[in-house]
Design a protein around this ligand. Structure first.
Ligand code: SF4
Length: 453
């Protein structure tokens, strides 16, 4: 049996797409092995959001050929769509597939696996309108599954290559998404993370919206919860906020890209909101869902981010409530309009600003965790570690650990958050003697009731 080793770079969406490609290989009789193992075929699913991701892809090709010298090397993903010739010129690459072609991998794979020189199959991105399927990707061993519901983006942020690499916004239908979700729950997953490039834009160009999709998913049977991987602030509607407040199954957690806390920089980035609108959305969210965990994406060092504008952005972030930041350092991407903005930020300033925001993020996370101590929240437990502890996330995205007890793996159970040790919250498993009774601490039990019962 031929062996395939696969590696994914970049975002959750890439992981869901790698899962689809894995299913194609296994369906065609290949054995999928660990990336570190020797194999006959190597597939690398690339990203192109930062220049580091490009370099990483090159390094992976070289490494895999050292391990498996005769392997047939396939490169797919955003970097492949954007710079196919550049990839084909890397020594040892055999096949480069674009955003559409990767979903028809078996048609392009040379069955004899003989090297006939690199082959490139990459369509013009403007011609891509169909929704490439994606299987659920394990986030943590049958606990959380990423489900691709949307692809592409119609926005035109000045620093971003994603619309060039993935094309316009398109979505899976509600009926098919519900079918996929049912299948995911049947496989034993307890949390579905809706993924896409611009998930909030789900259904654009149709009569449906993300809110409609959420309503349909929340109707499914089972003990599960739904999380949205990320949503643009302008697409976080009052309907979605209300649904989150009302539904036990919607996670009280949103990851919202801000990118800059300076209005001038947001304008240069061509984002579709200003700081006032962002703050208004955060306030609306916290008014309806006071314990909501809020994660924020920020880019530091984007063109036009002068010292004064960064200070303004820093102050904005200091003032707003959130749980954590994902801080990205701007890097120049070929073909983007941001390259034409005159005021570029020196690399050492970018690094310094990144450090400052990471440190702010740590402080905010500590404060958020502290604010949750004493509360009893539902935790989705993953797998026990080697030290007899088991951890998981609350629905508002606090990482919690407790001593492992039999039968709690992959269950959603109430835990009282007790204390923080080395950045991790430790808690006590709780139970209710009756549905409306207060929670009481639960000593070790052999079988445990579900949180939703
Ligand atoms: S919203 Fe902006 S940053 Fe996000 S994918 Fe679309 S163009 Fe890129």
């Amino acid at each position: 049996m031929k062996r395939v080793a696969m590696h994914t770079l970049g975002c959750k969406l890439n992981y869901t797409e790698t899962a689809t490609l894995r299913a194609q290989f296994t369906g065609a009789g290949y054995e999928v092995v660990e990336f570190r193992d020797r194999s006959d075929i190597v597939l690398i699913n690339t990203c192109s959001v930062t220049s580091k991701a490009d370099a990483e892809a090159r390094k992976l090709v070289r490494q895999s050929l050292r391990r498996s010298p005769g392997a047939y090397v396939i490169v797919v993903g955003c970097y492949a769509q954007l710079r196919p010739e550049e990839i084909a010129s890397i020594d040892g690459v055999d096949l480069v597939l674009g955003a559409r072609e990767k979903f028809h991998l078996m048609e392009y794979l040379d069955p004899s696996l003989k090297k006939t020189g690199p082959r490139i199959a990459v369509d013009d991105i403007d011609d891509i309108t169909e929704f490439g399927p994606a299987a659920a990707a394990d986030a943590d061993e049958r606990t959380r599954a990423f489900l691709k519901v949307q692809d592409g983006c119609d926005y035109s942020c000045s620093y971003c290559t994603i619309p060039m690499a993935r094309g316009g916004s398109r979505s899976e239908s509600i009926a098919r998404t519900v079918e996929h979700a049912r299948d995911i729950l049947d496989q034993g997953f307890r949390e579905i993370v809706l993924s896409g490039v611009n998930v909030g834009d789900y259904g654009s160009g149709t009569e449906h919206s993300l809110y409609d999709l959420l309503l349909a998913l929340l109707e499914l049977e089972g003990d599960f919860r739904v999380r949205i991987s990320s949503i643009e602030p302008n697409l976080l509607t009052d309907d979605i906020i209300r649904l989150t407040a009302e539904s036990e199954r919607m996670c009280n957690h949103f990851h919202i890209p801000l990118q800059s806390g300076s209005d001038a920089v947001l304008r240069l980035m061509r984002r579709r909101y200003n700081t006032g609108r962002f703050r208004e959305r955060i306030d609306a969210l916290l008014a309806a869902v006071p314990d909501c965990g809020i994660g924020i994406d920020v880019i530091v060092g984007a063109p036009g981010e002068s010292d004064a504008r960064f200070e303004e952005a820093y102050r904005f972030l200091t003032d707003i409530p959130f749980e954590y930041l994902h801080v990205f350092t701007y890097s120049e991407r070929p073909g983007t309009d941001a390259l034409d903005i005159e005021e570029q930020v020196p690399p050492e300033q970018r690094t310094k600003r990144n450090r400052m925001l990471r440190s702010l993020s740590q402080k905010k996370r500590r404060a958020f965790y502290q604010s949750q101590l004493g509360r009893t929240l539902n935790v989705l437990f993953e797998k026990p570690d080697d030290h007899g502890m088991i951890g998981g996330f609350t629905d508002n995205y606090v990482r919690v650990e407790i001593p492992h007890q039999p039968g709690i793996d992959n269950s959603i159970l109430p835990v009282r958050l007790d204390r923080i040790e080395k950045g991790v919250v430790h808690g006590t498993l709780m139970a209710r003697p009756a549905a409306d009774a207060p929670y009481i601490p639960l000593p070790v039990l052999a079988t445990l009731p579900s949180a939703s019962s």
